[in-house]
Each structure stands twice: as structure tokens, then as C-alpha cells.
Design a binder for this molecule. Structure first.
Ligand code: M6R
Length: 616
């Protein structure tokens, strides 16, 4: 995780470093820091918490200079303290370094440095790297720019793990070095300035072209020209510059108090967007030009693996049922964080879909690369289509949900599920699914935005219900079939923004252990639409009620049986069974949101989390 910005050029660096850093806060917001070369030495400012606090500190005491680096941290090694905030310095105090990633052998390297008389002010792996580079530089016969590149190469040659780094040294002045392995790092070129950044969007307003550094690259920038060297030795042919497109506009929160609330309410529109131009009435099918596959090639697939993390993994689970039902192709969902440590059977006829809102989740990138290594066709399903996953996969599906700023994923979840439903439709129609059934699916999909809009009208009612349960210390979420994935997602939303323990289960698992948790203080939230397993859910609800457990049920409009059985009901419009998960998740998103607001939690930036998890 962590975000890096570097700037070198004709104007003062500080405004660029701070504004760019604010745009990278989705990568972590435990602490932030900046280091700028003032023509003689390097000055630094750090603060705990958000970039806005660092900006306040800099307003009071600005840093002058045209060459600098900055960092927003998601803590991996060492607590959230000012000492552990980046930039970190070497023993001489003249080299400053920011780092994104994890050095796995930092302990051995630290011990070696301690043995050679070094002392450290932080517990971070990053400070170890700063000392290692500084030590090699100080040993060089001449302390010039070539020596600094050589010192970086030497130190990174010893480093195991992942890194994206930016550094400067007071002795080499107007000179920045960047290097990467496993963590993204981009070099951008604008009007009289060069930049380093963890992603393109953060610098897109200031640059015309960027290069994406490759693993093992070391870039050296002097404000005008640049060179790319390899950690393994020698110079590299720099990657070809890529033109930068305008980033998606970052709209404000409008009438909403939080981005999460706004993004929940954007779902009718984002669902329209994900379907736009992709439903083919004549063929009763879906069309995805981004897959870059002919129907003959798609028919070759005999198995599909969906991989992702967190909420995205839950979308994959919902999609599994949809694709299997529509296309009769076996689908497996794999946690991306487990993928490369398991020996998942893959072959050239098993399509792997790497799913990720951000397209930058380290585990999902690793799963994608592992799949490629094993010869499987790799596709991406991303919201951010200029991301690593979008670039490295052979083709894919863009979600078009717009920027999602709230750390808790909401609108991108429903877009992912609908994208998978359309994929199931396409794969079904080139196999056994008849045209008339394809048309039913299309009609169901097209009705969704309006049904979601109607569901969102229950916002205030859900807020009132949530208020009744804010003293609960544990929530159980239950659903069957595809609604089990929604139970998992409802529980995750509750945990991540309100910090209340919550867990999701298939309803029938209740009697296999979970029922031991049922008591008067533990609310159970059941997903119980009037579908093929409705009566089964009613029986499970009875079992909870028999043990005095409060029950909140999400059901179908007009269901009086459910209303008489449960303490509270949230009744949603009728929807075809296969699309019920898309509708059912909305009240759970709102329930978690209103609970968190009532408890005074920081909804858009929950503690310990980051929007994009870029470390393993
Ligand atoms: O960007 P990704 O979809 O790859 O992110 C995956 C998870 O980190 C993400 O869904 C996370 O679980 C969210 N905080 C959930 O709200």
C-alpha cells in the first residue's frame, strides 16, 4: 500500500507533492510526510493521520525547493507514529527515501547494519533500505549521481520482497531516483517538470506522457532528461511513453454527508452504464468487445476461475451461480490472496478473470500473473481501466462505475455482479441457452436500475431500523444460494465501517453451529425473498425466533407472513430470482452505513483500511 509522489522541475515542488498525495490517499492514510531539497539540504515535515494534517503543518511552515518526494502511509512495519512516517533518512541524514511495499529480509539487513554501527529511529523496513543505500553511496570514491544510482542498484540487489521507491540526496541536488519491483511506479513528463507517482490519476492534470516502470527498473531524473537502469546491471531501453488521458472527474459529495452514501445512491446510474451498448436484443445476448475473443474462441472455454479479494470476491461468488446457471460452465471462485500459494489446476481452456475495482490489488495482480505463467487465458474485470490488471490482462470488461471514493465498495459491487450476469448470458447464448430465455434475462437486467431506484427509497426506513440495533455487539447475516454471497457482503460492510463483529452464513448452516450464538442481544439479518428456497428460509427464521433472537428480514413486497414472523422487515420489489442478489445488497449497504453514522464512525475512511490494498 502507501502512495508516493515525487516532483522535480522548474517550480516549487510542495504544492504538487501535497495535492498529488491527497489523490493517493486511497492507498493509505495512517500518516503522511514530505522531503524537499532546498538547494543545500533536505528538509522534512511529517504528521500522523490524513494528508490534510500534513498540509496544515506545511501551511504554517512551508518547505522551499523544486525537488522533493512525499508519501502517504498504510502501516506495515511499525506502529502509526511520526517516527515511522516516511520519508526516512540514511545515517548521514542527507538521503531521504519513500517506499511502498514490504522488504521481507529487512530483519537480516537491519542486523547487518546494526553490526556496522548504524542506529535507527523507526521500526520500518524502509529506514533499513535508506541506510543501506546511504552506506553504499558514502563508500563510493566520488559522491555523484552515478554513485547514487550504483548505490541504489547495490542495495536493491540485496532486498527481497516488493518495493516502489523514490529518493533524493542532498549531495546530488536536483536529482530524483525511482525504482520498482512488485509495487507500481510511474514516471510522468509535463510542462518543465518530471514526476514520480504510484498511479497515473494522481499526476494526470500535470503530465502529457508517462512511462510505466517495469520490475527491476531504476529511473534517474534530473528535471529535463531521464535514464532507466536495471537493478541487475546496465542501462535499459526505457519503456515507450504513453499519452495520458484525462482522469475521471472527482465530483463532490453533493447533498450527501458521505461519499459512501452518495455512491450507494448512484447505483441506478452505474448499472445503466455497465449495461450500456452491451445488451443485444436481436441476438438475445450480451456483447463485450473488450474480451477480444470470437464466439469460437469463447466456446473453447470449459472452465472459468473468478479471482478477487474482499467485496470483489463476494461479487465473484454471486457471479458463480449466475454463470453456471446460464452457461452451464463450471466456475470456481478463488481468493486472490490464496491463489498463488495453491496449485490451482489451470490450462489453456480455463479462463481466469482477475476481478478488481482498483485494478491495483497486489494479491489479484499476483493471481493474474500466476495464471499467465500456467498458460491460462487471463481477462480483467476492473473499474479502473488504466490499472495494472487492465494493462496486463489479455482483454476484459470495464465497469464504468466512475470513481469510487468511499473505502467501502458499494456501487462497484453491483456493477461487478451485473457484468458477470451479462458474461453468463453471452456464454450461455453461444452454447445451450435459447433466445427466449436470453430475452428474459435481458428484460430482467434492464428492469434493474428502476428497481434499485425504488429500493433506495427505503433509505429512511432502513435508517430507522438500523437505529434500533446500534447497541448490538454482534450481527449474523444469512442467505441461501447466491444470497449467501450477499450475506457475506452485508457482514463485511458492517464490520469495515461500524467495527461491529458480523458474520455471514448459508441459512441452513445455522443449525450446524452458528445457532449457539443466537440470543436476545444478537440480531440475525435474513435474506428471504420469495424464491425457490423461501419456505426453507422461513424455517430457519423460526429456529432463531424460538431462541429469542431478533430477526430483521429482507423480503419481497407484500410478504405479510415474513412481516408477522420477524421483528423488522425490509420489503423490496419483485425481481427475477437470478437478479435478487443485486437488489438485496442495497438495504445491507444502507443498514451498515446508517449504523456506522449513528455510532459516529468515519464512514468514508474507516480505521486501518485503505481503498486499494497494494501489498501482499
Ligand atoms: O480494488 P479491489 O476490488 O481489488 O479491492 C478488493 C478489496 O480490497 C475490497 O473489495 C475491500 O474488501 C473493500 N474495502 C470492501 O468494501
Amino acid at each position: 500500500m502507501c502512495g508516493i509522489i515525487g516532483c522535480i522541475g522548474e517550480a516549487a515542488a510542495q504544492p504538487f507533492l501535497i495535492e498529488g498525495l491527497g489523490r493517493l490517499e486511497y492507498r493509505g492514510y495512517d500518516s503522511a510526510g514530505v522531503a524537499i531539497w532546498n538547494g543545500k539540504e533536505i528538509e522534512t515535515r511529517k504528521s500522523i493521520g490524513r494528508v490534510s494534517r500534513l498540509a496544515e503543518a506545511l501551511n504554517e511552515s512551508p518547505l522551499d525547493g523544486d525537488t522533493g518526494i512525499s508519501h502517504t502511509r498504510w502501516a506495515t512495519h511499525g506502529a502509526v507514529t511520526e517516527e515511522n512516517a516516511h520519508p526516512h533518512f540514511d545515517a548521514s541524514g542527507r538521503l531521504a527515501l519513500v517506499h511502498n511495499g514490504v522488504l521481507e529480509n529487512h530483519k537480516a539487513l537491519r542486523d547487518g547494519l546494526l553490526g556496522r554501527g548504524h542506529t535507527f529511529v523507526s521500526q520500518t523496513d524502509t529506514e533499513v533500505l535508506a541506510h543501506l543505500i546511504g552506506e553504499a553511496f558514502d563508500c563510493a570514491p566520488v559522491q555523484d549521481r552515478d554513485a547514487l544510482v550504483a548505490a541504489v542498484r547495490y542495495a536493491l540487489g540485496q532486498a527481497m520482497g516488493t518495493y516502489g521507491i523514490g529518493l533524493l540526496h542532498a549531495d546530488t541536488g536536483r536529482f530524483l531516483i525511482a525504482a520498482r519491483k512488485g509495487s507500481p511506479l510511474i514516471v510522468g513528463f509535463g510542462d518543465g517538470r518530471q514526476f514520480l507517482s504510484s498511479d497515473v490519476d494522481a499526476i494526470a492534470d500535470w503530465v502529457d506522457e508517462v512511462i510505466y516502470l517495469e520490475d527491476g527498473d531504476i529511473a534517474a531524473l534530473d528535471g529535463d532528461t531521464y535514464e532507466v537502469h536495471r537493478v541487475s546491471g546496465g542501462e535499459a531501453t526505457p519503456p515507450a511513453p504513453v499519452k495520458v488521458e484525462a482522469p475521471p472527474t472527482r465530483e463532490g459529495r453533493g447533498r450527501y454527508a458521505h461519499y459512501m452514501h452518495k455512491e450507494i445512491h448512484e447505483q441506478p446510474e452505474t448499472l445503466r452504464e455497465v449495461m450500456k451498448g452491451r445488451l443485444d436484443h436481436e441476438g438475445g445476448t450480451a456483447v463485450f468487445s473488450g474480451l477480444q475473443r470470437t464466439n469460437e474462441e469463447l466456446r473453447e472455454w470449459h472452465r472459468i476461475v473468478l479471482t478477487g479479494c474482499g467485496t470483489t470476491y463476494h461479487a465473484a461468488l454471486a457471479g458463480e451461480s449466475l454463470i453456471e446457471a446460464l452457461a452451464r460452465i463450471p466456475v470456481e471462485c478463488e481468493y486472490a490472496s490464496e491463489f498463488r500459494y495453491r496449485n490451482v489446476p489451470l490450462d489453456s481452456r480455463t479462463a481466469v478473470f482477475a476481478m478488481s475495482q482498483s485494478g491495483e490489488t497486489a494479491d489479484t495482480i499476483a493471481a493474474l500473473r500466476e495464471s499467465k505463467r500456467k498458460g491460462a487465458p487471463t481477462l480483467g474485470i476492473c473499474n479502473n481501466v488504466i490499472s495494472t490488471i487492465a494493462r496486463e490482462s489479455e482483454g476484459g470488461v470495464g465497469l464504468r462505475a466512475g470513481l469510487e471514493i468511499g473505502v467501502a465498495a458499494t456501487k462497484t459491487f453491483t456493477s461487478q455482479v451485473v457484468a458477470l450476469a451479462m458474461l453468463g448470458l453471452l456464454l450461455g447464448r453461444i452454447r445451450d441457452l435459447p433466445h427466449c430465455e436470453g430475452m428474459d434475462i435481458i428484460r430482467g437486467l434492464e428492469s434493474l436500475p428502476e428497481l434499485v431506484a425504488q429500493t433506495l427509497e427505503l433509505d429512511e426506513e432502513i435508517s430507522r431500523i438500523a437505529a434500533k440495533y446500534i447497541s448490538a455487539r454482534n450481527f449474523l447475516f444469512m442467505g441461501r444460494q447466491a444470497n449467501f454471497s450477499i450475506a457475506l457482503e452485508g457482514a463485511l460492510k458492517m464490520k469495515e465501517i461500524s467495527y461491529i463483529p458480523a458474520s455471514g452464513y448459508p441459512s441452513a448452516e445455522l443449525k450446524h453451529g452458528v445457532i449457539a450464538l443466537v440470543n436476545e442481544e444478537t440480531p440475525s439479518i435474513f435474506l428471504a425473498p420469495q424464491d425457490g428456497v423461501y419456505e426453507k428460509n422461513l424455517s430457519n427464521i423460526e429456529e432463531v425466533k424460538a431462541r429469542k433472537g431478533p430477526v430483521i428480514a429482507v423480503g419481497t413486497e407484500g410478504d405479510e407472513t415474513l412481516a408477522s414472523l420477524c421483528d423488522d422487515v425490509i420489503l423490496l420489489p419483485q425481481v427475477p430470482d437470478f437478479l435478487a442478489p443485486v437488489l438485496n445488497v442495497i438495504p445491507l449497504q444502507l443498514f451498515a452505513y446508517h449504523t456506522a453514522v449513528a455510532l459516529g464512525c468515519d464512514v468514508d475512511k474507516p480505521k486501518n483500511l485503505a481503498k486499494s490494498v497494494t501489498v501482499e
